[in-house]
Design a protein around this ligand. Sequence first.
Ligand SMILES: Cc1ncc(COP(=O)(O)O)c(C=O)c1O
Length: 389
Amino acid sequence: MTRLSKRLSVLPSYPMAEIPALKRRLIQQGVDVIDVGAGDADLAPPRVAVEALARAARDPAMSRYAFQLGLPAFREAAAAYLQRRFGVKCDPFTELHPLLGSKEGIAHLALALLDAGDVAVVPEPGYAVYEGGTLLAGGEPYAYALTPRTDFLLELEEIPAEVIRRTRLVYLNYPNNPTAAVATREYLARTVAFCHQHDIVIAYDNPYCEITYDDYVAPSIFEIPGAWESAVEFHSLSKTFCMTGWRLGWAAGRAELIAALARVKNYVDTGAFLAIQAAGAAVLPQAEQLAREYVAQFRARRDAILPVLRAQGFEPDTPRATMYLWVPLPEGLPSATFQRKALEDAGVVVLPGRGFGAGGEGFFRIALTVAAPRLVEAAERLGKVLAAV
Ligand SMILES: Cc1ncc(COP(=O)(O)O)c(C=O)c1O
């Protein structure tokens, strides 16, 4: 057998990897599957994006290598959005960098910052790429459990001093996947101060900043005084504009940190398809208006499913942001058991909390990715599963 690298052997299997095959098998058996697993809504991307992509695809210049520079108009549109939306000023060419979806930047930043033995603090439950990127870079992930005790906030002061001494990086994600928690400015300010004091870089993962409800407006970390020194912020077109498959996002931050990320990327990719960057440049000037339209749909879905879930005996909080419901399970019921029963007995794909790390046990996640009547049907089916366990 081929000997694989040690770093690969410590990598946990990717949480959602087997779901598409399982789902396909059930559909082939004639099951009416409702998939509220992946955070990938069924809504169409903005027309302006589709038209810009179609136009750009006809231009042969757009078929050339993008390289790390990419399309200047995309960089400029992203910088203009940050300035308009958050009051954050950054140079589009030295303090901002296009990504092939934010996932790759999140993973690659670890390669730029971590040496063997360096710690990255990762929230658990959390996006699997924080841990995976750290392990692939030879770093040591330190999992911090996000629980209701701290309102799902990652409290760095609680981590042992010996670990903090070796910590170079912390991944923070608010509005949060999967818990849907949001962070107060007071929390962000003390976290920025802590990281500054301990020379820790914050990878602030902000793909859900536009998906907010009920007057809540999510900030950029750079609105917090001093954050520019310590943070790199990741943005994505995936969730806000239902463009998950297009693979487009960006990182923003201090030139030194952005240059370090770009150095890694020079050796692993040659930039996102320029025509997709042209589509991004067309979408971002209208970001807030487009987001309002999508959010209205997510809000209607949220408000349709919540009362039905509660009537079925579940007790989820009402999320103020994201497209997720983080639903507690009865004490002692493993989330993997519930997920398997939901799929096999009820044809509903949900994600088990355990799939987001051990700290996610006791919960499951529903994504608001299908129309309201299907969400209601999913909630009713899940209620039957709960009643039968
Ligand atoms: C918290 C979080 N960060 C980043 C991403 C990656 O988004 P993308 O690579 O599509 O930009 C996701 C996608 O699920 C996510 O949930």
